[in-house]
Write a protein that binds this ligand. Structure first.
Ligand code: FES
Ligand code: FES
Length: 227
């Protein structure tokens, strides 16, 4: 399915920066190597603050979209708990809508072909590859991205577990890994290391942080099940 990767969409604002990660001091640059410093920068995007992104998204709604007249489509959906309405080009992918229009850049564009999982988000509670999902398909539905995963100031148990188990290096795959991992637990597929590996096999980590990722999911699963 061809998406409108080259469609120029107004961003409507500057992507928000993360304050929580820096405040909480999970990554202290002075004590870490240059490699870990890169991870800290990545984590600033991974654990992005939802409310600031929601404001950016709301601001972006009012920006006009340069869409082809014969492809114009208005959609309404709930994204990270916020109502969003936007006129889009009907060929726009959900990933491009999130990143290019709503400045929700947590979901990453890795392959843009449904093969890496970096773009994973939830639609009505189910994980999807947003690069392969038409934005038009979210009409009337609920979308959850990494920016909306945490509950206020507290990180989601899966986000915390990824930190605790050093389940990332460059961090590029991590938002997709975390969203897929949350779904993996909710689906009841985090019952063993083998099963986790199988049901997370659609999420590729080029840094090879798989041992930490599996450990993080096992850890978070026990906490999520305790509620
Ligand atoms: S960017 Fe969507 S699966 Fe790779
Ligand atoms: S942490 Fe670098 S690709 Fe996964």
């Amino acid at each position: 399915m061809k998406t409108t990767r080259n469609t120029v969409l107004p961003t409507g604002g500057t992507p928000a920066t993360d304050n929580r990660t820096l405040r909480s001091g999970f990554f202290i640059l002075s004590r870490r190597s240059a490699m870990e410093g890169a991870a800290a920068i990545a984590a600033a995007a991974i654990f992005a603050d939802a409310s600031s992104h929601a404001k950016t998204a709301a601001a972006a709604q009012s920006a006009p979209l340069p869409v082809a007249p014969d492809q114009a489509l208005t959609i309404s959906a709930t994204i990270n708990g916020q109502p969003v309405a936007a006129e889009i080009d009907a060929r726009t992918s959900l990933l491009d809508l999130l990143r290019e229009r709503l400045a929700l850049t947590g979901a990453k564009k890795g392959c843009d072909h449904g093969q890496c999982g970096a773009c994973t988000v939830h639609v009505d509670g189910r994980r999807v590859a947003s690069c392969l999902t038409l934005a038009a398909k979210i009409e009337g539905r609920e979308v959850l991205t990494i920016e909306g995963l945490s509950d206020g100031a507290a990180l989601h148990p899966m986000q915390q577990a990824f930190i605790d188990h050093d389940a990332l290096q460059c961090g590029y795959c991590t938002p997709g890994q975390i969203m897929a991992a949350v779904a993996c637990v909710a689906e009841g597929n985090a019952t063993s290391k083998e099963r986790i590996r199988e049901y997370m096999s659609g999420n590729i980590c080029r840094c090879g942080a798989y041992v930490g990722i599996v450990a993080a999911i096992e850890d978070a699963a026990s906490k999520m099940e305790r509620g």
